[in-house]
Design a protein around this ligand. Structure first.
Ligand SMILES: [Zn+2]
Ligand SMILES: [Zn+2]
Length: 394
């Protein structure tokens, strides 16, 4: 790893940043409950020359740092943990029962706090305005959307936004930067099939909702195999099905719950439309009533080409050898909401320990842990990015 160049202003703070991450790991809070988390962050950055807005989006906060004339950019970290009981044996194990930072958001906050302190103490490196966005509730509740509604991108207007995710699917030292879609849309739906129940031995006159649901589940998969461009990724998964009371009674109601994923907004829409059409068609074919509640949740996370180039230049100053495409998944991220409003780039900082294979310690698992050297690496990239986007007047 000799080719890694941790920025000197971050190297000086590395132990502090690791300390932040460990404290936050020990004190995880769920989405929109990050009260102590926000208090801790504000306490650690209280000496910085920065204007703080809190609370935003219920439990989030934004720090605005100004340094002369120049554009305004935003750096974003998410704050929430997950409802998981930690099983790993680490000295900084979660002290909150049933709650754990199993996605790396503790690290994202520590990286952003370290970046904030470094840029406050080294103002000759940059010129302009930086918004440090600490956003609650990334895991499914869409804290980003609320932050935007409450004006995080306005006054002053944010011209570009950047965020990163520690990424255990890549080893420490590798950075994934890619233009275009990097994470999928993540919608959810609930389908209720209503029919006419009856005796299992006498199906005539009934509308068997379990039979109808079986047809429906198979038909829905044809959206991916027959309607979607085979060169574009998409997923439909039914994760929950409920119906029926006994082996010899024809069920009069079945409910199905699932999620859909796509990399392009047009494919997200196509999947939505086709689910509705197939439900209507199957209902007409079998005489059932099918109701669908479809929730457009997260759009795909799409990186701007120009901002991705800027991010890649920043990464190259930290590591030439480790720069590559991210390990892509069909996971969703509410960073997508910001990137729909302003150009920016979401990048992936490899955080798996060298002896781990990419599947060993996945995100959201109960023994999730990172290679903590990735924290200084992430913060160095942020500092380089700020120098790239907000160069000081010479
Ligand atoms: Zn997560
Ligand atoms: Zn995450």
């Amino acid at each position: 790893m000799s080719e890694l160049r941790i920025h000197p202003v971050i190297a000086a703070l590395e132990d502090t940043i690791i300390g932040y991450r460990r404290y936050l790991h020990q004190h995880p809070e769920l989405g929109f409950q990050e009260v102590e988390t926000a208090r801790y962050i504000m306490d650690q950055i209280k000496d910085a020359d920065i204007e703080i807005f809190h609370p935003m989006a219920k439990t989030g906060l934004v720090g605005i740092m100004r340094n002369g004339h120049g554009p305004c950019i935003a750096l974003r970290a998410d704050m929430d943990a997950l409802p998981i009981q930690e099983t790993g044996d680490v000295p900084y194990k979660s002290m909150n029962d049933g709650v754990m930072h199993a996605c790396g958001h503790d690290g994202h906050m520590a990286i952003l706090m370290g970046t904030l302190l470094a840029l406050d103490q080294n103002r000759s490196l940059w010129q302009g305005t930086i918004k440090f966005v600490f956003q609650p509730a990334e895991e499914g509740e869409g804290g980003a959307e609320l932050m935007i509604k409450e004006g995080v991108l306005k006054n002053p207007d944010v011209q570009a936004i950047f965020g990163l995710h520690l990424w255990n699917y890549q080893t420490y030292g590798t950075i994934g930067v890619k233009s275009g879609p990097v994470l999928a849309s993540a919608d959810s739906f609930e389908i209720t099939v209503r029919g006419v129940g009856g005796h299992g031995a006498m199906p005539q006159g009934t509308v068997d909702t379990i039979h109808v649901s079986a047809q429906l589940i198979l038909a829905l998969q044809s959206i991916i195999s027959r309607n979607l461009d085979p060169l574009q990724p998409g997923v439909i998964s039914i994760g929950q099905i409920q119906g029926g009371n006994a082996f010899n009674i024809i069920a009069d109601e079945v409910s199905l719950k699932g999620t859909t994923r796509a990399y392009r907004p047009e494919d997200q829409q196509l999947i939505h439309t086709r689910i509705q059409e197939i439900c209507d068609g199957i209902a007409a074919t079998y005489g059932a009533k099918i109701n669908i509640e479809y929730r457009d949740s997260y759009p795909p996370t799409i990186n701007d080409p120009e901002m991705t180039e800027a991010a890649a230049r920043a990464v190259r100053r930290v590591t030439e050898a480790g720069l590559g495409d991210p390990y892509l998944t069909m996971g969703g991220e509410d960073m997508a909401f910001y990137l729909r409003e302003v150009p920016g780039c979401f990048l992936f900082v490899g955080s798996a320990k060298p002896h781990h294979k990419s599947s060993d310690v996945p995100h959201h698992c109960s023994h999730f842990d990172i290679d903590e050297r990735s924290l200084a690496l992430g913060a160095s990239i942020f500092v380089e990015l700020v120098q790239e986007m907000l160069p000081p007047a010479s």
